[in-house]
Design a protein around this ligand. Structure first.
Ligand code: IPD
Length: 264
């Protein structure tokens, strides 16, 4: 079995277990552990517990790998593989009891800088929906074993999704972008969970997605899902504080890119 397939199996197994833990903790009640950059940027006890579980599982099986998680210090490994982990992506949804949250785990080769790595495997577990999205580089993307394919929708018929950063000073810019995109598309969603947005693009439930300022753990697994499902993912303005990620089928991706390039 290739390394990527092995990593994919491990990511899937751990994402499933971590998803079950997140869901279990949600039924027991949410404990807000802290707010981070702003009031909307929260972390719960469950975020930390789930990240610890993932970290411990990986440490046991692959002690030489690096780790980059949303809730703890990064660890550089000796193997050249780094695990990029969001223990609960969609934490605000989670805290409010909205089921659109997930556990996102990716194995990448290279430095944990998103533009210098290559993702080998990824898994996104959405436990409330009992869905597990997986992707392995060069092999494809699946939802519970069913192969995924992005849509070939035209921009005019596209259902899109986006997200907004936590910093209120960025909201005007994000909303201006929404105003430019809306006329081209069928409609737009803001689900509050970037990895799920990307998984849904891979699954053909959405035709495209864009968001500024995502962190590596928000998109590492989801971006691989989209490309392995035949879609296109790009990151631009990578030197800025808020790089733009665009994902979708070829035509929708191209149209979104053109709109962003003319951004004022
Ligand atoms: C957030 C969600 C949200 C997106 C934010 C992310 P978190 O991740 O994915 O949809 O708009 O940019 O930070 O904080 O819930 O892990």
């Amino acid at each position: 079995m290739s390394l990527a397939l092995e990593l994919g199996e491990l990511a899937a197994e751990i994402a499933r277990e971590a998803g079950a833990l997140a869901r279990q903790r949600r039924t027991e009640g949410v404990h807000l552990a802290a707010t981070k950059s702003t009031l909307a940027d929260i972390v719960t006890d469950a975020d930390r517990e789930v990240e610890n579980l993932i970290r411990e599982r990986l440490r046991t099986v692959r002690p030489d790998d690096g780790f980059l998680g949303e809730e703890s210090d990064a660890e550089v490994g000796a193997s050249g593989i780094t695990w990029v982990v969001d223990p609960i992506d969609g934490t605000v949804n989670y805290a409010y009891g909205i089921p659109a949250y997930n556990v996102s785990i990716a194995a990448v080769r290279g430095t944990p800088l998103p533009d210098a790595w290559e993702a080998l495997a990824g898994a996104v577990s959405a436990p409330v929906f009992d869905e597990l999205f997986t992707a392995v580089q060069g092999e494809g993307a699946w939802l519970d074993g069913r192969r995924l394919q992005v849509t070939s929708e035209t921009p005019a018929g596209a259902l899109l999704a986006t997200g907004f950063g936590y910093d209120p000073s960025t909201h005007d810019g994000d909303l201006a972008l929404v105003r430019r995109v809306m006329p081209m598309a069928r409609d737009l969603r803001r689900m509050g969970s970037a990895a799920l947005d990307l998984a849904y693009v891979a699954a053909g439930r959405l035709d495209g997605y864009f968001e500024r300022g995502l962190k590596p753990w928000d998109f590492a697994a989801g971006a691989l899902l989209v490309t392995e499902a035949g879609g296109v993912v790009t990151r631009t303005d990578v030197e800025s504080a808020r790089p733009m990620l665009i994902a979708g089928g070829a035509e929708v991706h191209q149209r979104l890119t053109a709109i962003m390039e003319n951004e004022q």
